[in-house]
Write a protein that binds this ligand. Structure first.
Ligand SMILES: [Zn+2]
Ligand SMILES: [Zn+2]
Ligand SMILES: [Zn+2]
Length: 276
């Protein structure tokens, strides 16, 4: 499967409107962070995204997304769902399933009430099936497992996903983990992540160096990534406190401090692609 980071920024995006800090005014393309979202494309053509933030249209155009078989939601905060209306051109003959936990789906229904009401003739709106998940979801050869995590007081989801079947047996069926807004991963969820083996890749939300009430700091996110057993850990949902270069150095220092070898750790960036 091919994994593309569609956006790696926190809720305001980077640059932040009206901000003239060195990161927001940086010319570096990796210092521009759209709202966090992930694309997953299976070898058999299955196409999913995790979250549809406000820049979904721009992200889909940039990544060349031409189909959409499913949307997986982490939670219903604006920066994760407010681009959902833009899936309309990807609606084909049947509704696109949108998966989330029970609370996210309930909030989603309120926020997008118009989708569930009749429209006048000619009025376009997304054709979707909203589904509260209880366990793993299969999409062709891809399997998505909901991973409960804490986002401050909120109970939201991360997603572990992997490709099954003949194409991937040669690769050992490597899994990936995606957790965006998080302040804690319960032990039961670490157990779920480790089953049947640790993910090869973990993309975890780390807002900045300083602590925050509802997000992991870089150090907390890297530590959580390490605990999953992943050999590759990327930070996402990043704010405008640091340039890509500075975060790369920070991760290098974290690895040195902890004597880590054979592990890659660094900031994700918009457009990062990983094949598993
Ligand atoms: Zn967020
Ligand atoms: Zn700024
Ligand atoms: Zn959030």
């Amino acid at each position: 499967m091919e994994i593309t980071v569609l956006g790696s920024g926190t809720s305001q995006g980077v640059p932040v409107i009206g901000c003239s800090c060195p990161v927001c005014t940086s010319a570096g393309s990796r210092d521009k962070r759209m709202r966090s979202s992930l694309s997953i494309k299976g070898a058999a053509g299955e196409q999913a995204v995790i979250d549809t933030g406000p820049e979904f249209r721009l992200q889909a155009l940039r990544a060349g997304i031409r189909d959409l078989d499913a949307v997986f939601l982490t939670h219903a905060h604006a920066d994760h769902i407010h681009g959902l209306d833009d899936i309309r051109p990807l609606n084909r003959e049947k509704p696109i399933p949108v998966y989330g936990n029970r609370k996210t789906i309930a909030e989603f229904r309120e926020r997008f009430a118009y989708i569930f009401k009749p429209t006048q003739k000619g009025g376009g709106k997304p054709q979707i099936d909203v589904i509260a998940v209880k366990g793993p979801v299969r999409l062709g050869n891809l399997v998505f497992t909901p991973i409960p995590v804490k986002h401050g007081d909120l109970d939201i989801l991360g997603w572990k996903f992997e490709e099954t079947g003949a194409q991937t047996a040669a690769h050992g069926g490597q899994a990936a983990l995606y957790v965006t807004d998080c302040t804690g991963i319960p032990q039961g969820s670490y157990d779920l992540i480790a089953e049947p083996g640790p993910p090869a890749l973990a993309i975890i939300g780390g807002l900045r160096v300083r602590p925050h009430e509802t997000h992991f700091s870089f150090e907390q996110a890297l530590s959580a990534g390490l605990r999953t057993g992943a050999r590759r850990v990327y930070l996402t949902h990043i704010c405008h406190d640091h340039t890509h270069r500075q975060i790369k150095d920070y991760c290098g220092e974290f690895m040195r401090k902890n004597g880590l070898a054979g592990i890659t750790m660094g900031p994700a960036w918009d457009g990062l692609r990983v094949s598993l």
